[in-house]
Design a binder for this molecule. Structure first.
Ligand code: 13P
Length: 333
């Protein structure tokens, strides 16, 4: 059984210099939609090839400290005939696993979502651990709509479940990554985005403290503070950095093992430039935690559009993936 000291050092190792995390944990439903958006018909084998495109790229260990997998992938083999978690671990990349079971509408506020998956979590954690997972992720979703959403009740209920998840994961000897994603979709202003991020993270960490989760052993996965995608406004990287790092400094306890960012629908170039500005600002402000990326779309997009599901495009797609990884890694300063 791993001690808390072991868990803290595993969490910290995800922040090795110049490295970050690939989120490759799309559910079957999300992976099907992702592939369809590139005109790629989905099947179990196509999803396996989709995973192999990224996980099988030679040299990714230079930029990746970890990969978040979906339960289906944890049991599959790459084209090298090795189980994905094993081939990652052999290259020094920690395999992680998404453990939430997705979201459903809240009965009293049906446009808001609550994350499912606590019921059989201890049993599933024991299985994932046997299958090679070292860390885990739970995603909650926060939707902004003017002054109406999010409701305080939805933020609080999602925070309670994130904290409960973190407690169970630590008890199982794994590292929890808490992801309260504030959605980019919406017409909200820069100020509103910042205020919601502040409320979300403030609530989360007060519940985490109430429930006596060991904060030194948790990773926060957060959105950047960004004006809504339908606001007609594109914030500069400096604005994004000021709002994001300012909020984190206010809301996140210094003990937290580290903070990773999701890309949330930003283009690969935006997610790279914003990360660079955030890491600069964090240094300037003396932020107490290590920071890195944990992107899905911003790391995958260029490679997927080249790949298009065709074997002959794999080398060019992998080259584009490596080029994006190099840029995102350089953004860490
Ligand atoms: P994006 O980088 O595409 O937002 O995905 C990250 C993630 O893990 C979402 O849950």
């Amino acid at each position: 059984m791993k001690s808390m000291t072991d868990l803290i050092s595993i969490a910290r190792s995800l922040f090795s210099t110049g490295k970050g995390i690939l989120a490759a944990d799309e559910s079957v439903h999300s992976a099907t939609a992702r592939l369809a958006s590139y005109g790629i018909p989905a099947s179990e084998e196509m999803r396996r090839q989709y995973r192999d495109l990224f996980l099988g790229t030679e040299g990714v260990e230079k930029y990746l400290s970890g990969v978040i997998l979906f339960s289906e992938t944890l049991l599959e083999k790459g084209n090298d005939k090795k189980p994905f978690p094993k081939s990652l671990a052999e290259r020094g990349i920690l395999p992680g696993i998404k453990v939430d079971l997705g979201t459903e509408p809240i009965s009293t506020s049906p446009r808001e979502l609550i994350t499912q998956g606590l019921l059989d979590l201890p049993e599933r954690l024991a299985e994932y651990k046997k299958q090679g997972a070292m860390f885990t992720k739970w995603r909650a979703v926060v939707r902004i709509d003017g002054d109406q959403l999010p409701t305080a009740a939805a933020i609080h209920e999602n925070a309670k479940r994130l904290a409960q998840y973190a407690k169970e994961v630590q008890a199982a000897g794994l590292v929890p990554m808490l992801e309260p994603e504030v959605l980019l979709e919406g017409a909200h202003s820069r100020a509103r985005a910042r205020a919601v991020l502040e409320e979300t993270l403030g609530t989360l960490f007060s519940v985490v403290e109430e429930q006596a989760v060991d904060r030194a052993g948790v990773i926060l996965k957060t959105s950047m503070a960004l004006s809504g995608s339908e606001s007609g406004k594109k914030d500069t990287p400096e604005e994004v950095a000021e709002d994001t790092v300012g909020t984190l400094m206010q809301s996140v306890p210094k003990q937290v093992a580290g903070i990773v960012f999701l890309s949330g629908g930003q283009t690969p170039d935006e997610a790279t430039a914003n990360l660079a500005a955030i890491t600069r600002k964090a240094k300037e402000m003396g932020a107490p935690w290590p920071l890195t990326f944990s992107y899905a779309r911003a790391l995958q997009e260029e490679a997927l559009s080249i790949w298009s599901g065709k074997e002959e495009n794999v080398p060019a797609a992998r080259k584009a993936f490596m080029e994006r990884l190099a840029k995102v890694s350089a953004a860490l300063g």
